[in-house]
Ligand binder design. Structure first.
Ligand SMILES: Nc1ncnc2c1ncn2[C@@H]1O[C@H](COP(=O)(O)OP(=O)(O)OP(=O)(O)O)[C@@H](O)[C@H]1O
Ligand SMILES: [Mg+2]
Length: 492
């Protein structure tokens, strides 16, 4: 080996994945990263190693592709600084190889001015950055620093994605479907930035849950997370809530008060139902975000803000923009990154996981052992879920409250689900999905029997109050009496 640069014991390199785990992103005290310098010119190689070492990296220099390949085979390298001069094609080959075998390794290519096209090609092949020779030494330091920051973030985001996927993510987001995986991929990246994120999705798909997760998995988790429901506050209140007010600004303003954008200092404000924000407040919000300061109601002065904005809506904001009901400039400002949450029908594979999750919570709460019958599971898997995860959660809550034993039966579900079942029953009368033979009950219960059970349960729950039971079951008084007679429940 020709390099006279400080050598290091490669076997002592930390393994991939250790660096970010040891460092705290927010504080930037990361472990030393390894840099492999591949350059046949000993002087350049040594100079690069020296600079890298001076900036806190662990450098190792090799003269060519063969030595580099050898070294990469048995060691974990964070950053490769690769000279493409002369051996451009084998250099690109190595780059390709590293990208395939060690996708987490950052690659910086060095090219002579004359071969700048190779740099373009290298970037296309997946190089992280490039340097055109001759370069100033502090240029190298900047590029190394940039690569290492990116690598730290990549590692942290990879770990977070894994955590979310295996349901250990903070915030209890459940789902392993491909649709949720896409969400984790984006979430794990945006959590470490301070960009605004627009969270879209039908009602009950978990928009607030995701917003909280972005906050708690980010560097400012210890700072406040403040949700503001733009739909439930009257317009004048939204303004004073968000921007604050001064004493005497309006009747009842006996003292000045900071707005939420100010008091969230360093944290996150979650603007829920942003589509409901009136147009004049949209203009004020945009100004606040652009200028990073707010003017409290009744004040002449402005107050600086330092806050991350997350926004959510179940409305079609781009359509609202076209119709002139939502400001285009604010839309673009909030929509730097958007997360479109899948509806529950788009990720039916996750339904059993969600059921298990909610029942486990119930079981812990009540010290019981609730489970769902095969039949109930089939219907829950098949149902349209207009209210998404929230509706599923409520359905299970209700079924647990109505269930007389521990196996939740269809009769314990709410009327939309029972109605759905009765309308689609022939379609979904398929073999049981669960092999668990311990689950009680026949695979198919006649509808009349279900109805009878539901009526009996409602009556039992309501101490025989027929009118209240009818109301709860969503049927009229006359129908109730007719059914009682039909099922011989006259005295129930
Ligand atoms: N992926 C998920 N895993 C576990 N629980 C979830 C998931 N998604 C949603 N939930 C639960 O469903 C309920 C509704 O979620 P959330 O309030 O976040 O929905 P939302 O999209 O904000 O609904 P809305 O538009 O009606 O405000 C919450 O109790 C939440 O914990
Ligand atoms: Mg919500």
């Amino acid at each position: 080996m020709l390099s006279t640069a400080p050598m290091m014991n490669i076997s002592a390199y930390p393994q991939i994945g250790e660096h970010a785990a040891q460092g705290n992103l927010a504080q930037g005290n990361r472990a030393r990263m390894s840099v492999l310098v591949v350059d046949e010119d000993a002087a350049v190689r040594d100079a690069c190693c020296e600079i890298a070492e001076k900036h806190g990296f662990l450098p190792h220099g090799v003269p060519g592709i063969t030595a580099a390949r050898e070294l990469l085979r048995g060691n974990s390298i964070d950053i490769v600084l690769l000279d493409l001069k002369g051996s451009a094609s084998s250099g690109l080959e190595l780059l390709d190889e590293v990208k395939t075998l060690h996708p987490e390794t950052a690659i910086i290519v060095m090219t002579a001015y004359a071969t700048v096209t190779s740099a373009v090609e290298a970037m296309r092949t997946g190089a992280t950055d490039y340097l055109t020779k001759p370069f100033a030494l502090d240029e190298l330091a900047t590029v190394l620093e940039r690569a290492s920051e990116r690598r730290t973030l990549d590692l942290a985001s990879r770990r977070l994605r894994e955590k979310l996927r295996t349901q250990q993510g903070l915030g209890n987001i459940i789902g392993r479907s491909a649709e949720m995986d896409k969400i984790y991929r984006i979430l794990s990246k945006v959590a470490f930035t301070s960009h605004p994120v627009l969270i879209l999705g039908e009602s009950g798909t978990g928009k607030e849950l995701i917003a909280r997760s972005i906050h708690v998995n980010g560097p400012n988790a210890t700072k406040p997370f403040i949700p503001v429901d733009c739909s439930s506050l009257v317009p004048t209140l939204v303004e004073s809530e968000l921007f604050g007010y001064v004493k005497g600004a309006f009747t009842g303003a006996n003292r000045s008060k900071d707005g939420l954008l100010v008091s969230a200092e360093g944290g996150t404000v979650f603007l829920d139902e942003i589509g409901e924000l009136p147009l004049d407040l949209q203009a004020k919000l945009l100004r606040a975000l652009q200028e990073k300061e707010v003017r409290p109601v009744g004040a002449t002065h402005r107050v600086p803000i330092n806050v991350r904005i997350l926004a959510a809506t179940n409305r079609n904001l781009s359509e609202m923009v076209e119709q002139g009901r939502f400001r285009k400039d604010l839309y673009y400002r909030l929509n730097v990154v958007n997360l479109r949450l899948p509806s529950l029908r788009q990720r039916r594979d996750d339904i059993p996981l969600l059921i298990a999750h909610f029942l486990e919570r119930k079981n812990r709460e009540y010290g019981k052992n609730f489970r769902v019958s095969d039949e109930m599971l089939r219907v829950l898997m098949d149902y349209e879920w207009p209210g998404n995860v929230r509706e599923l959660e409520h359905t299970l809550d209700r079924a647990c409250a109505y269930c007389s034993g521990t196996v939740l039966q269809l009769g314990d579900a709410s009327s939309p689900i029972i109605n759905y079942y009765s309308n689609t029953r022939p379609k979904i009368a398929t073999p049981p999905l669960l092999n668990d033979t311990s689950l009680a009950g026949p695979a198919i219960t006649p509808l009349a029997e279900l109805e009878k059970q539901a009526i009996l349960k409602a009556l039992k729950e309501l101490q025989g109050d027929k009118l209240a039971a009818a109301k709860l079951l969503g049927i009229g008084k006359t129908t109730m009496y007719r059914k009682l007679k039909e099922y011989g429940l006259g005295e129930a």
